[in-house]
Design a protein around this ligand. Sequence first.
Ligand code: ADP
Ligand code: MG
Length: 403
Amino acid sequence: MTLRTLDSLGDLAGKTVVVRCDFNVPLADGVITDDGRIRASLPTLQRLLAAGAAVVAISHLGRPEGTPEARFSLAPVAKRLGELLDAPVAFASDTVGPDATARRASLAPGQVLVLENLRFDPRETSKAEDDRREFAALLTAGADAFVSDGFGVVHRKQASVFEAAQLVPSAAGLLVSAETAVLHRLTTDTARPYTVVLGGSKVSDKLGVIEHLLPRVDRLLIGGGMLFTFLKAQGYAIGGSLCEVDQLDTARRYLADAESRGVEIVLPTDVIVASKFGADAETAIAPIDEIETTVIGPNGLGLDIGPETAKRFAELVASSKTVFWNGPMGVFELAPFAGGTRAVAEALTKVDGLGVVGGGDSAAAVRALGFDERAFGHISTGGGASLEFLEGKALPGLEVLGW
Ligand code: ADP
Ligand code: MG
């Protein structure tokens, strides 16, 4: 279980290296609203450039369905990458078409070329291996090496992740190596107390992680939309809050399982109830047995953990030696419901040990709330990938690199 490293590729001076990045950033009207993933790609790119390689950076963005769509163009990413690298970055308006081919032919050592969105070609995500292999062969044509550094996609069997790594000498980039090492630490030899904080919208998204981590952790703190399914499972009235009726039995099973294992499942004691899903909603703090009896009335929506819970969660997090946090505690995108997420994030920065933030929205929340990323032990760039890793699943994009 060791990934092939960049060093295994030997001297890269004058060589052409294709780097699979994860430039899947949020865009609003063509403007990048969070460039965290681009910045996360810099160490590998800088290292390859310093080694004298010519770099072809490839990525997907969003979910175009195999045809070009202007709103998913990587052009804004190429521009931002140039600013961050403080060097000219060329952009090809296609992936394996005439523009990319011409630009690759004239690419010099120390230069970067970003190709257009890989998912503009249906072969990238095709179910047919032959299609993926064909596309991967075009992407790596003329390249001396392939570096996999898009951690957010290593759980996908896609042309630029899986097949490309088999066609030329390949290795993990610094981001993929770092992410894998940290997540591996969370599954072995963890310092205790080990606390997992889960939130986000759905229990069903997190079933695998709960199942896999429950036997390994000391405490499981539950917030976010999923907490209401747990409360409902225990017989509480939850008004109009999110609830996955088909997960009630599962939630009960987890609670029973945790008890028999001596794992503490910590559920909120209070929540913030809102009159509607909006920043201008009327709100009330409700103990969990009074969710339907506040001034908001019986249909209130639980949109955040309450202040008492936030304080307790923060104490439990800050006093742990290992923490994995996935999923915002509330609808952090709306200021009145960001308090719980802020409290947990703040506490995570105080962990004397390893504090990890995993999950796309959780990482975005930390940045949106103004925290300095360096205050955390690790912020994973890959939501689905980090969860699947912690679920103990084999990730094709890591296996192909020797893991
Ligand atoms: P991540 O991407 O970090 O894994 P998720 O995708 O599971 O996180 O969940 C993030 C979303 O959950 C956020 O958009 C947030 O608004 C939403 N959310 C959190 N708490 C609630 C709640 N109480 N009700 C509805 N949505 C919620
Ligand atoms: Mg998400």
